[in-house]
Design a protein around this ligand. Structure first.
Ligand code: SF4
Length: 746
């Protein structure tokens, strides 16, 4: 007879009958986890697992990766191309030839009538790098519009602009392995556990081996802030003030690395002069951080043998986003913390292939970080593609956030949307809706036919998703990783690369160009373009010529640059997981940057107050961000039970003291009102937000972006999603419940 604790039955996992595992890279966020899809005897994807030998995730996956096998048969998938009938305004199924002919004809008609740039293209961070490259070739080389952008303008554009202004090129200089070496971590506007769970796990693992201070700057007491050693609850939009003040302390207390600055940087004198205005006593009155805390943090950072900065949307989504990024880079440069183990400024990117679009889509120029403004680059790409270089514009066109206002003014008449959902993701949705209504022609290419933009489409093209096709993503640490096609495309949907190739055939000059059929052949073409000499006279940094699909899969991802004759491609150094170390873990290890003289720029940037701040009429800050179960506009996670069930409805975090003052109850509905519109949300009372702030997850349609502010950063054109003002109004609970249910429905 057993006494004491009862014997428990062990947990039994349902046998899903997996017969084989196929290699892939997670198709959600930019962490870039290696993942295997389990296929049953019929070849259907039934489960996923993390890849134990992968350097990035070492066998782990977050909730989204674990449930990812469900994306293939989720509800709402588009089965066939559709066209809107002119007479009855109804969407009708059609065939691919007819849909693509009509699309090409409409683009041509509109370009002949209104000019080449009257057609705009907005793409994504979700498709494969080879598909981005092909889309860029089609748009720049055949369609010829200059109004072409990706939705990465909504999340990472300020990081890109900041890297270019400070270092002369895009490309995050650090890697996840820096957590293993750093002696101080400072995170700005990044809720790592919810946004990038596996990077957070890498950090936790490093901290278990060796303690170092973790400082989190965020107006909200996020999950990451709760875990930090020091939390700085900054006033929204004032990061530049805090960073200038830290530079003030570091320089005035002689804690800067003068040798590094003299060898590798320009602009120190101007920076030193400017930051004199940002003494901690004055700065604390603007940024809301105690002056002694500013001094403490500045000293901790500067005195550490190595220190690293990470950031995400809290910095980028601001009218000062690019300045904030440059100020982080300043901090790292003056302390000599770039390109050394544990010393870096690492922007944590957003979508699974946000980096791929930055590198190869030609959105902001020409492929491989080439510039439209540079005649040699136009000549080189024109010759390589078989396009007259004069066909290319001489400077980049409108960003996504300028394309919609240009539709309003009639400058743009046609819009092609590829795998993105601006009806939910853009600020000020009422204005975006009006823009859609004004279009003469709209094409929506998406995996899901029920994405909100499709209401306005004249043509819908169903795209295949994730492991229904083959190709690469690049993650936050410049690691190129592979997804093998392991599922057939759903119904009559097609891989995006196939759609681009077929559309290309319908334009003049196609005969003079070459559009390879397979993703691997496209990758081989990109490898050739990646070689060469960079602006500083040294080898280009975005060099992938030493990679191949086989090597990438074997190594579970390779970090660029990886040159075909580079000794960094050898296998002498074992990685922590035993994989061959290939490619380059860190950029700028030699202190040589991408400007012609090889020196980085220290930038002196005064803070200009231009936020919408709370006032008597709108007394609360409106903050927004991601929750772990969902990804972006829920086109995928909203349909996957094991993700959606944890966060099925739009809600708002509110401070209990503020709620008490207004008579608002936990789990009641309220109406939020801003200068742009209103939204109904369920109240969750929590001390995570201060008394003058509310927080809403950004994933839900017809919710936070009915309220958010569309002011833009002047360099990146990224919107200030996180600095708006709202008021709270009571609403009839029955009426609100009906409204809230309708917001949940696609
Ligand atoms: Fe996918 Fe990102 Fe989760 Fe990794 S952390 S499993 S890449 S969603």
């Amino acid at each position: 007879m057993l006494f004491g604790r009862k014997k428990k039955n062990p947990i039994k996992l349902h046998d899903k009958g997996v017969q084989q595992w196929r290699y892939a890279t997670c198709g959600y966020c930019s962490v870039g986890c290696s993942i295997e899809l389990g296929l049953n005897a019929e070849g259907q994807a039934v489960t996923t697992r993390g890849v134990g030998g992968a350097d990035v995730n070492r066998g782990k996956l977050c909730i989204k990766g674990l449930a990812e096998a469900a994306v293939f048969n989720a509800s709402g998938r588009g089965t066939d191309p559709m066209m809107r009938s002119r007479i009855f305004d109804e969407f009708e199924t059609t065939d691919w030839d007819y849909a693509l002919d009509h699309t090409a004809n409409e683009f041509r008609r509109i370009q002949q009538k209104y000019g080449r740039d009257a057609v705009a293209v907005v793409s994504t961070g979700q498709i494969m790098t080879e598909e981005f490259y092909t889309l860029g070739k089609l748009v720049r080389g055949l369609i010829g519009t200059n109004n072409y952008d990706g939705n990465t303008t909504l999340c990472m554009a300020s990081a890109v602009s900041g890297y270019k202004r400070s270092f002369g090129s895009d490309g995050p200089p650090g890697c996840y392995d820096d957590f293993e070496h750093t002696n101080c971590l400072m995170a700005f506007g990044s809720n790592l556990p919810e946004q990038h769970p596996i990077i957070y796990w890498r950090l936790k693992e490093a901290l278990e081996k060796r303690k170092f201070p973790v400082i989190v700057v965020d107006p909200r007491v996020t999950m990451f802030a709760q875990f930090a050693d020091i939390h700085l609850p900054i006033t929204p939009g004032t990061d530049l003030v805090l960073l200038n003040s830290m530079a003030h302390v570091i320089i005035n207390e002689n804690l800067h690395d003068l040798n590094y600055i003299q060898q590798s940087c320009n602009g120190f004198e101007a920076l030193e002069k400017l930051v004199q205005q940002y003494d901690p006593t004055s700065a604390s009155k603007i940024c809301g951080i105690d002056e002694d805390m500013i001094r403490t943090v500045a000293r901790l950072y500067a005195k550490a043998d190595s220190a690293m900065s990470i950031w995400t949307m809290g910095i980028n989504q601001s009218t000062h986003g690019t300045d904030g990024v440059c100020a982080i880079n300043n901090l790292n440069l003056i302390t000599g913390n770039i390109g050394k183990p544990g010393g870096t400024s690492l922007s944590i990117t957003g979508q699974c292939n946000a980096m791929g679009t930055r590198e190869w889509s030609s959105c902001s120029g020409l492929p491989g970080y080439r510039l439209l403004e540079n005649p040699e680059h136009r000549e080189e790409i024109g010759k390589f593609w078989g396009v007259d270089p004069d066909f290319f514009p001489k400077k980049a066109g409108l960003k996504e956030t300028d394309i919609f206002p240009a539709i309003e003014t009639g400058q743009i008449k046609a819009l092609w949307i590829v795998a993105t959902n601006p009806m939910t993701s853009m600020p000020n949705s009422a204005r975006i809706r009006k823009s859609f209504e004004q279009l003469e022609f709209c094409v929506v290419q998406d995996t899901y036919a029920d994405c909100e933009c499709n209401q306005y489409a004249h043509v819908y093209l169903p795209g295949a998703v994730w492991a229904e096709k083959e190709g690469c993503f690049t993650n936050t640490e410049r690691r190129v990783n592979l997804t093998r096609a392991s599922q057939p495309a759903y119904a009559n949907s097609k891989p995006d690369g196939w759609i681009f190739n077929q559309l290309a055939k319908r334009f003049d000059n196609y005969e003079n160009m070459h559009f390879p059929e397979s993703a691997e052949a496209v990758f081989e073409e990109m490898k050739q373009l990646s070689k060469g000499i960079g602006p500083n006279g040294k080898a280009r940094i975005l060099d992938i010529s030493g990679m191949s699909y086989e090597k990438i899969e074997k190594s579970r991802g390779i970090q660029w640059p990886c040159r075909d004759n580079d000794e960094s491609t050898d296998d002498k150094q074992p990685s922590p997981t035993g994989n061959r170390v290939q490619g380059t873990a860190r950029l700028y290890t030699d202190g040589v940057f991408q400007f012609p003289d090889g020196k980085a720029k220290l930038l002196a940037m005064p803070y200009v107050e231009n936020n919408e701040v709370p006032d008597e009429k709108f007394p609360f800050w409106l903050n927004s961000g991601r929750v772990v179960e969902h990804f972006h506009t829920r086109t995928k996670t909203g349909k996957i039970g094991n993700c959606n069930k944890f966060s099925p409805t739009a809600y708002m975090e509110m401070n209990p003291d503020a709620a008490d003052q207004l008579g608002v109850k936990h789990m009641s509905y309220v109406r939020l009102v801003s200068r742009r519109g209103d939204a109904v949300v369920l109240v969750q009372l929590t001390h995570r937000v201060p008394i003058n702030m509310v927080f809403i997850p950004f994933h839900f349609h017809d919710c936070v972006n009915r309220l958010s502010l569309g002011l833009l950063d002047p360099y990146s054109r990224q919107p200030a999603f996180k600095q708006g003002a709202v008021r709270i109004e009571h609403i009839d609970q029955q009426e609100a419940a009906k409204l809230n249910v309708s917001m949940r429905t696609f």
